[in-house]
Design a protein around this ligand. Structure first.
Ligand SMILES: [Zn+2]
Length: 325
């Protein structure tokens, strides 16, 4: 079972109900208007409003069911034609009185006979992205615009980055929730770490998983705010998502001021996620040696033991891009 629609599913469905009811309400207003303008339209419309009962009666079992049914269908068709003619007389198209749904395929119900409508799948993916914290980054940092051309300064760098790109893409495409594994991206500024992190987060969120993307600094601020609040008797827990997300992507490890508090938060989050088997991606400017110096062994042993480690290569892309302009 894919986790992650959760609360976004119910809020998306509420929105569908809302827009569907709105389309129906508008159509009723329009029909009332047409009824006032055209007596012929009003007569046909009244007749069509009684269709349900007519068909129900015609559908009752009995010896003459076939005849009754055919007669009812004929009546419905006749009323429809009369209404269309009345609309035409007013210079309006045949569907002028029908509800205008945003999606003509499912009539804004989100479902067709074949299952979930493409529009609902898209809306759910968007809601999932919205909740991930990726925001505007998802528009600019994608797999399809990650260019390996920036790594052509050496054959070796190019090969390294091509492998990292392919592995990141495979991770995103095959992510299946618990047990999908963890990635650690190491490398200097401007080598595309954030870009690849975002691309993975975006793909996984689009596939319906609950993704949380943020900088380490934001995570520490959230935990410290919660600790501060709980000191005043509040039990509001907005740090739960760091534990419950199907995929947690932490940007910029090492840019924070490291102290006992940050180390213990980092350990708690990492360890809980490893025990639960939920995926984590971390990206850092610190090298392996610096990571070991800065964080307790209980953290680095997990980072180097349970994460697939990727060391980025190349020259600062931002600097290369600036020179292009
Ligand atoms: Zn639809």
């Amino acid at each position: 079972m894919k986790a992650g629609w959760g609360s976004s599913y119910s809020s998306v469905m509420e929105e569908y109900d809302r827009k569907r009811n709105e389309a129906i309400r508008r159509a009723e207003e329009v029909r009332a208007q047409f009824c006032r303008r055209s007596p012929a339209f009003a007569e046909a419309d009244r007749g069509l409003a009684g269709i349900g009962r007519l068909l129900l009666e015609a559908g009752r079992p009995g010896p003459d069911k076939e005849t009754r049914w055919a007669e009812a269908r004929r009546k419905v068709e006749e009323l429809r034609q009369k209404r269309a003619a009345a609309l035409e007389a007013m210079g309006l198209p045949e569907d002028a009185a029908d509800p205008k749904y945003e999606c003509a395929v499912c009539g804004d119900t989100g479902y067709t006979d074949a299952g979930m409508c493409a529009c609902l799948k898209r809306a759910l993916a968007e809601a999932s992205l919205e909740a991930s914290g990726l925001g505007a980054l998802t528009r600019t940092q994608r797999f399809d615009n990650f260019s390996l051309d920036y790594y052509r300064d050496s054959e070796e760098n190019y090969r390294t980055m091509k492998r990292i790109y392919e592995d990141a893409r495979a991770y995103a495409d095959s992510f299946y929730g618990k047990g999908s594994g963890n990635l650690l991206f190491i490398g200097g500024t401007g080598l595309g770490k954030t870009h690849l992190c975002c691309a993975v987060a975006r793909e996984v969120a689009m596939r319906g998983y609950r993704v949380l993307y943020c900088s380490v600094q934001t995570m520490f601020s959230d935990f410290s705010r919660e600790r501060f609040r709980s000191g005043y008797g509040s039990d509001e827990g907005d740090t739960d998502r760091y534990f419950s997300a199907d995929l947690l992507v932490l940007d910029d490890l090492g840019t924070e001021v490291t102290n006992q508090f940050t180390v213990s938060v980092l350990y708690e989050v990492l360890n809980s996620r490893l025990v639960a088997g939920t995926g984590t991606i971390i990206n850092t400017n610190l090298g392996a040696k610096e990571l070991r110096e800065r964080y307790a062994d209980r953290i680095t042993s997990r980072l180097f033991g349970e994460f697939a480690v990727y060391v980025f290569a190349g020259r600062d892309i931002r600097a290369q891009k600036l020179r292009e302009k």
